[in-house]
Design a protein around this ligand. Structure first.
Ligand SMILES: Nc1ncnc2c1ncn2[C@@H]1O[C@H](COP(=O)(O)OP(=O)(O)OP(=O)(O)O)[C@@H](O)[C@H]1O
Length: 251
């Protein structure tokens, strides 16, 4: 299920961005502050109206019924907030809404598939011990994990996440990337905004570098995050040290 963006444009934010994203891969979107990363991901999620075309497997995304789109695309916005102070388990269950039958058929709503998806998402994000905890009594990183678990519980074909690592500690950050890599291995398309260039270098299959609303580099991490790209786009002189898969940027 290819996710294709054509000529996405929004004044001051996106400048004619075209991108074909393949499922079964982790694509990282990197770039300095204000480069247009969030704008691009929220446009692809159908949340930010822009000009241009967006399609999923050749089907026009904006024309798709909202429930169908919600089943296919899971989106985690930057610094996401939950609207209500519910428990972690209730929040994660909300991720199943696009799959639940109309109210008349509620008897089928909480079926085995829903329960399995919720349990799997909670385990992937290490949330079982917090299942009954209200969101208002979680740390920032715990809340971020719960919000991502809600997205995963929906079993979308595409996961679009804007800075999912922002408030996670090292262990939970790696766990999240591992969970998303597992999803990609099962054929899910994963597209993440990442500020940590080391994480993008070591864990993404493809990196798209944005600057001033445009795509300025795109390819395997070793190429798209080459030292001269980092110097040009971030204005920082750095050297990649260490073996492939465990590289660190020395500044
Ligand atoms: N709601 C908005 N209205 C108008 N302009 C906006 C809005 N949000 C962001 N912008 C502008 O659009 C450009 C791209 O912003 P965007 O949030 O997409 O960048 P980003 O790469 O995600 O940045 P960051 O790393 O800081 O999160 C920036 O110049 C920003 O000032």
């Amino acid at each position: 299920m290819m996710l294709c963006a054509r000529n996405l444009t929004l004044a001051g934010r996106l400048d004619d961005v075209s991108l074909d994203l393949s499922p079964g891969q982790v694509t990282a979107i990197c770039g300095p502050n204000g480069a247009g990363k969030s704008s691009l991901v929220s446009a692809m999620a159908g949340v930010l109206p822009v000009s241009g075309r967006l399609s999923l497997d050749g089907h026009d995304l904006p024309a798709m019924p909202p429930r169908e789109r919600a089943r296919l695309l899971g989106y985690l916005p930057q610094g996401g907030e939950a609207a209500w102070d519910v428990s972690v388990r209730t929040l994660v269950k909300l991720g199943r809404l696009p799959w639940q039958a109309a109210p008349l058929h509620r008897a089928h709503a909480d079926d085995a598939q829903d329960r399995a998806a919720v349990a799997q998402a909670m385990a992937a994000m290490d949330l079982e011990h917090l299942a009954q905890r209200p969101l208002s009594r979680l740390s920032g990183g715990e809340r971020a994990r719960a919000l991502l678990a809600r997205v995963l519980a929906g079993c979308p074909r595409w996961v679009l996440a804007d800075e999912p690592l922002a408030s996670l500690d090292l262990g939970h950050g790696l766990r999240l990337l591992t969970a998303l890599r597992d999803q990609a291995a099962q054929g899910v398309g994963v597209c993440l905004v990442l500020h940590d260039l080391g994480m993008a270098m070591n864990h993404a299959d493809r990196v798209v570098v944005m600057d001033r609303g445009r795509v300025v580099a795109d390819g395997p991490p070793g190429e798209a995050l080459g030292e001269e790209v980092i110097a040009r786009v971030w204005g920082v002189t750095g050297r990649w040290l260490g073996p492939e898969g465990a590289r660190a940027l020395s500044l």
